[in-house]
Each structure stands twice: as structure tokens, then as C-alpha cells.
Design a protein around this ligand. Structure first.
Ligand code: 7TS
Length: 407
């Protein structure tokens, strides 16, 4: 069933504000999503009524806060088809991937091993692996991106056979929109004896994601891109893998026992949650998960595809516009990157801003990919549950106005 976008819009207080003279037309949800009133209210009421540090004290308020924090973990586990013990709360995708790279490096990487990434990674899933590879004397290899914006699968197979111990790649590219065929890539990685780490920052908010169906070993995403608060994210990993991994950060409740000269570690997931965790944010994320589950992620996905189809169709009729990534809307996440001939993306974004339209222009934290495309930057429009087909049309109209002024 189609989602009720007008009803959804009423839940998002920020959509009532104006951008200068114009209503806000927000097309940057790939960077961060807006928050519905139930999420804002959940965080506020946690601070008003239930605030205490978790996993520490015996008094009632702390027990209640701990229960709410653990209930949020349970909701995330259900969302992913995982077990609660496999859900590590972190501050976001970047921290999750740093945790993955650091601990997998310690446990599994040695001199002469290969780490496989791709040319379409966000820096958050590239730079931590560069650092880890360097620290352990491993090689870092990147799967190339084809001209149609997909992964070169024969190169992938070749790289796997060169002593690959870990593959780290995006479920969907935040620039191209390409959705990578994770189940197949995971099977091939496992045949080669490598772990598969998935950056799902652009998919978990937008479509049903089951970690078992993907066949991944680890998976990372951020709360703030899925209607939740900032400062909360998730690293999921197979239970037996988490058991094997050493801590990333140390201190706080991640310990078993501590002596002056040594310490032992708590079981997962606590082993990986050093310090005071972002518990109010986790509670907010739990409510965001409820909100998305209520809408139904199958329908959320269908809405994205409808908007992307309309944008792709509109842009393809404009000869001065180049679109990057797959042509087929169902092969993409809910975003479209493009350039306007002879016009710098920043100028396009600035003119659209004068119409109240927020798009992102830049390298989208994927500099190797932008270099591969041979452009300095791109414009990107990205969509979510509160965007309408009328907004897509207004965006296309504003792009035509910008072209008239800048060509
Ligand atoms: N991985 C991908 C695929 C992303 O799109 C992003 C953020 C990250 C990792 C990092 O997430 P964070 O929450 O830790 O910052 N992407 C974007 C973007 O496309 N525009 O702004 C942030």
C-alpha cells in the first residue's frame, strides 16, 4: 500500500518552516533525515522522566533507563532479523566502521593479507581500512566501478583470490545510488575465506534489510539518516565473530575485571560499548524504528523508487544534464546525482537554494569515486518518506530556471 505522504508530513515539525521566502523543499535526506514528532518527543520525555546512566546503578530510575536502552536494542535486532546480543550501539556509521576495521584488523589481518574495498566507498568505509591495512602490513585493493556505475564483478573475483581476508563495501553508494548485490558478493567472499563488512548507511533507512538474507558478517548504519537522533548508530555482527573480536575503545562497563596492570573484557555487545553510551539517542532510535515499521519498509522503498523514477525520467529529457549511476530506478537507492553541462555543482545548488530547495553539491565524501567519474563534484537530490511527487516537479522546474540563468 502506498504510504500517506501528506499524513507523514504533518508529523515533521521542520517541514513547517520556510527557507527564506519559500517553503522548505528538502532533498538531502541521504546526508541526514528529518525527525518526526514521536522521535523528538521520545528523546525529550526520556530526559524529562527517565534519565539516569545505564548499566550502573541499582536504583529504580537507572533500572528504568537501562530497560529503555535495552528495549531499543531489541527493536533494532528485530528490524534486522538479528539477535539483541549482536547489536552494538555506537555513535554512527563512521564509528561502526572504525570499530570493524580496528578489531577485524587485530583479530584477522597479517602481513601479505588483502583487504578488498571498492571505488565507490564513502570515506568512512575506506580510510579506516587504509589505516588498518597499513598497521598490519596488509594490501588494500579496490574493486573498480564500471561506466554504468556498477561494481566490476570479474575484478572482484580476481581480488578475492589474492589472499583476501576481508571485504568492505557499501550496500548502496551514497553518490551513484547503485545497490550492490550483497548476497552474491557475500557468497563469493565466503568461498574465498573472507569476511564481508557492509556499509548499510543508505539502505537500512530505506528498505527491508535482513542481515541473514544478505549473508553479511558485519553491517553498519546511522540513526540520524533513518528519522532517529544524531549520535547513535549500529554495528551488527554475527555473534560468533563478535565473541572473537577484541575491544575497540576501553573504559567504563566494557570490562570483566580490572587490576592495576591488566583487564578482562565483558561479553558482547557490552565489550564494544565503552564509556557512557548514547542512551537517550538509542531510545529515540527505537521510536524511529517503530515509526518506520509502522509505515512498512516495503512501502517506504516503493515510495523512494516512485520518486527516483520521476526524477530520472525528468532529468533524462534534459540534454544538458548528466546523470550518474544505474538507469533502472529499482537498481538504486533513493537518490540521484547529476551535473549540468558547463555549470559548477555549487552554482546549481546555490540557485536552487534561492528557491528554498536543499540539495547537496560536492564530493559526497567519496573523492576516489568523483575522480573516477572525471568531475570536480556532483549535485545530489535524495528522497525520503516526506517527499512528494509535486516536490520532484518543483525541483525540475527550478533546475530549468537555473539552467536559463547559468547556461
Ligand atoms: N557510509 C555511507 C554510504 C554514507 O552515505 C555515510 C554518510 C556514511 C557512511 C557516514 O555516516 P555518518 O553518519 O557516520 O556520518 N553520508 C553522507 C552523505 O552522503 N552526505 O552527508 C553524509
Amino acid at each position: 500500500m502506498a504510504i500517506d505522504v501528506q499524513g507523514i508530513r504533518r508529523d515533521f515539525p521542520i517541514l513547517e518552516r520556510r527557507a527564506g521566502e519559500k517553503p522548505l523543499l528538502y532533498l538531502d535526506s541521504a546526508a541526514t533525515s528529518h525527525k518526526p514528532a514521536p522521535v523528538i518527543e521520545a528523546v525529550a520525555s526520556f530526559y524529562r522522566e527517565s534519565n539516569a546512566n545505564v548499566h550502573r546503578a541499582l536504583y529504580r530510575l537507572a533500572a528504568e533507563a537501562t530497560e529503555l536502552y535495552e528495549a531499543a536494542r531489541g527493536k533494532v535486532a528485530t528490524l534486522l532479523g538479528a539477535r539483541s546480543e549482536e547489536i552494538v550501539f555506537v555513535r554512527g556509521t563512521t564509528e561502526a566502521l572504525n570499530l570493524a576495521a580496528h578489531t577485524v584488523g587485530e583479530a584477522r589481518l597479517g602481513a601479505g593479507d588483502t583487504v578488498v574495498v571498492t571505488e565507490m566507498e564513502h570515506h568512512a568505509n575506506l580510510v579506516p581500512w587504509q589505516q588498518t591495512a597499513r598497521r598490519h602490513g596488509a594490501r588494500l585493493e579496490a574493486v573498480p566501478v564500471t561506466d554504468s556505475g556498477e561494481l566490476g564483478l570479474s575484478a572482484y573475483e580476481r581480488l578475492l583470490s589474492s589472499g583476501a581476508k576481508v571485504v568492505a563495501l557499501a550496500h548502496a553508494s551514497n553518490l551513484l545510488g547503485t545497490i550492490n548485490p550483497i548476497p552474491e558478493l557475500a557468497q563469493a567472499a565466503h568461498r574465498a575465506g573472507a569476511l564481508l563488512v557492509v556499509d548499510a548507511a543508505q539502505t537500512v533507512p530505506h528498505m527491508p534489510v535482513s542481515v541473514r538474507e544478505l549473508g553479511a558478517d558485519m553491517l553498519a548504519f546511522s540513526g540520524h539518516k533513518m528519522l532517529g537522533p544524531t549520535g547513535i548508530g549500529v554495528l551488527w555482527a554475527r555473534g560468533d565473530l563478535l565473541e572473537e573480536l577484541p575491544p575497540f575503545m576501553t573504559g567504563g562497563e566494557m570490562i570483566g575485571e580490572v587490576w592495576l596492570d591488566k583487564a578482562t573484557w565483558a561479553d558482547p555487545p557490552r565489550r564494544f560499548e565503552a564509556g557512557t553510551p548514547p542512551f537517550a539517542q538509542a531510545v529515540g532510535l527505537g521510536v524511529a524504528v517503530d515509526y518506520l515499521a509502522e509505515l512498512g519498509l516495503v512501502d517506504v522503498r516503493a515510495h523512494d523508487v516512485e520518486l527516483v523514477e520521476r526524477v530520472l525520467e525528468g532529468l533524462s529529457r534534459r540534454e544538458h544534464v548528466t546523470v550518474y549511476g544505474p538507469r533502472e530506478p529499482s537498481a538504486r537507492a533513493g537518490l540521484v546525482s547529476f551535473n549540468v553541462a558547463g555549470v559548477h555543482p555549487h552554482d546549481v545548488a546555490t540557485l536552487l537554494d534561492q528557491e528554498g530547495i536543499a540539495i547537496r553539491a560536492g564530493h559526497h565524501c567519496a573523492q576516489p569515486l568523483v575522480r573516477r567519474l572525471g568531475v570536480p563534484a556532483t549535485c545530489r537530490a535524495s528522497f525520503y518518506v516526506y517527499n512528494t511527487t509535486e516536490e520532484v516537479d518543483a525541483f525540475l522546474w527550478a533546475l530549468d530556471e537555473a539552467w536559463r540563468l547559468l547556461k
